[in-house]
Design a protein around this ligand. Structure first.
Ligand code: FE2
Ligand code: FE2
Length: 281
């Protein structure tokens, strides 16, 4: 089987079951950029006072997180493209960043529709972006995808926390995108780690779990109300996010591709997560 970490050709799909090429991802994100947003803006936004108290500050912080320009990530990606020959990767990543920024503008539009503003400062976003600035591509993606895993569970909780049809449809749209983001980012981590030993990869996964747990502790004081309103205490948040993390690990793990367990299918851990899109309503 072709070793995808070597000489990735930008114009050919990678021949390893479902491991997708940068060209695939570029086309995918371009297609979603040009497609319909399927958000029912015309029905208007309305929140009860209770909902407003519980979710506005939280949505403002996630909106800020979604609007990152990803300058450092792009810089690392270009360096990686030069060394690996995968010249489509930065192009795919640029479309991906565009999609995240569209989440930001959709959330901004929602906030404006309910008479709220966006925010400029958030200490947690500052820590995330500063750490990513210092890191290389691998660490930068690891940090980013940790935020994606949390976001996946967050938007499901947010949809459950409100009766606003508009906000629910916005959350569902973002969730559909985030599922692809998780696959995109974890497969890149898999490529970057393709030639590492089992022990090294196990260690990296353990560190990733620690990073996720610390992130959950950090976000709980500000966002706990949304999760609780969405029917999720801290323990459930931990179990749902770790379930999503394990889905990501399957996308990342070269053995998944070697054994062919991902061939024409999805990660086997996927059904164990309760918040997969098909069950999110
Ligand atoms: Fe997003
Ligand atoms: Fe995302």
């Amino acid at each position: 089987m072709t070793d995808p970490s070597r000489g990735i050709q930008s114009t050919e799909p990678i021949v390893s079951n479902e491991m997708k090429s940068s060209l695939f991802w570029k086309k995918h994100f371009k297609r979603t950029r040009d497609g319909d947003s399927s958000i029912t803006w015309e029905i208007g936004a309305s929140l009860t006072d209770d909902e407003r108290k519980a979710i506005v500050a939280s949505v403002q912080e996630f909106q800020m997180g979604e609007r990152s320009e990803g300058k450092n990530l792009m810089r690392f990606a270009i360096q990686h493209a030069i060394s690996s020959g995968d010249t489509e990767y930065p192009k795919a990543l640029r479309y991906f960043i565009y999609e995240e920024n569209r989440h930001a503008s959709d959330l901004q539009r929602f906030l404006e529709a309910i008479g709220e503003k966006t925010i400029r400062k958030s200490w947690i976003n500052r820590i995330f972006s500063k750490t990513r600035r210092l890191a290389g591509l691998e660490l930068s993606i690891s940090i980013l995808v940790t935020a994606e895993v949390v976001a996946t569970v967050y938007y499901a909780a947010l949809a459950a926390a409100t009766d606003s049809i508009l906000l629910k449809s916005l959350c569902r749209k973002i969730l559909r995108d985030e599922d692809w983001h998780i696959q995109f980012q974890f497969q890149r981590l898999g490529l970057l780690r393709w030639n590492r030993s089992k022990v090294q990869n196990r260690f990296a996964k353990t560190l990733h779990g620690v990073l996720l747990f610390l992130t959950l502790i950090a976000i709980w004081p500000k966002h706990g109300r949304v999760f609780r309103r969405g029917g999720m205490g801290f323990r459930r948040l931990v179990s749902e996010t770790f379930c999503e993390l394990h889905v990501g690990f399957e996308w990342m793990d070269r053995n998944s591709y070697r054994k062919g367990s991902l061939h024409n299918s999805l990660p086997s851990t996927r059904d164990r997560c309760h918040l997969r899109p098909e069950t999110r309503g």
